[in-house]
Design a protein around this ligand. Structure first.
Ligand code: SAM
Length: 207
């Protein structure tokens, strides 16, 4: 199957089934980032049906992706899509809760796109699997503009979830080891990287 056709088919499927996949400008930004930074080895947390994993793997033939999904139906759909894209030799799919998944492998990009309530746990757990100069990218950091907004009219569950996301943003902003830049793309993207030295602030220029 032609990959452009497959990608359009996945977008339609996700739309019809209400499966959250990256927004178009978000996936374009991510693919461009992978290309510009010559990323080769990616860990993705939150595969859904394989849309972002396939898009990232298509950037270059020497890219490998390990992607984790806990929902069995989505996992099965992702296996099918990855096979149709002829990328099963470069994309490894793991059916598991990411917090139960352990590996000694090092990645030059860790892409966090799973349960927002667990962002902090994902970051802390998987930063051990990041190469020294690698990046951690977090998607949906704006949560449709709800982060740091007036929450009085929202349900208790939603308020709690947004509270956790705000804690995560504070954690990134105040992190001594990692420097983070926020991008107003898609639903908001954060890119974190280890500080080159202790004097580097969150406002200083990258590289
Ligand atoms: N990255 C995908 C894309 O753009 O094509 C979209 C991922 S979707 C936003 C988030 C997915 O993460 C859901 O399919 C959900 O089942 C999965 N998920 C949430 N929490 C998880 C966890 N703790 N471990 C593994 N998967 C998780």
């Amino acid at each position: 199957m032609d990959n452009d056709y497959l990608i359009k088919k996945m977008e339609k499927y996700a739309d019809e089934k209400g499966i959250p996949i990256m927004e178009k400008d978000g996936i374009n930004f991510l693919s461009e980032f992978v290309k510009l930074n010559k990323i080769k080895n990616i860990l993705e947390i939150g595969c859904a049906i394989g849309y972002s994993a396939i898009n990232m793997a298509l950037v270059s033939e020497d890219i490998t992706v390990t992607t984790i999904e806990r929902d069995k139906d989505r996992y099965i759909e992702a296996v099918k899509n990855i096979k149709n894209a002829k990328l099963d030799h470069r994309i490894t799919l793991v059916l598991a809760d990411a917090l139960d998944f352990n590996t000694d492998e090092k990645f030059d990009l860790i892409f966090i796109d799973a349960a927002k309530s667990q962002y902090l746990k994902f970051f802390n757990k998987f930063s051990n699997n990041l190469t020294q100069k690698g990046y951690i990218i977090t998607d949906n950091i704006k949560f449709h503009g709800l982060a740091f907004s007036d929450k009085t009219k929202l349900s208790r569950n939603l308020r709690q979830l947004i509270g956790k996301l705000e804690n995560y943003i504070d954690f990134l902003n105040n992190n001594k080891e990692f420097k983070t830049r926020f991008f107003d793309v898609g639903d908001g993207i954060a890119i974190s990287r280890r500080r080159l030295d202790n004097n580097e602030t969150n406002n200083s220029k990258d590289k």
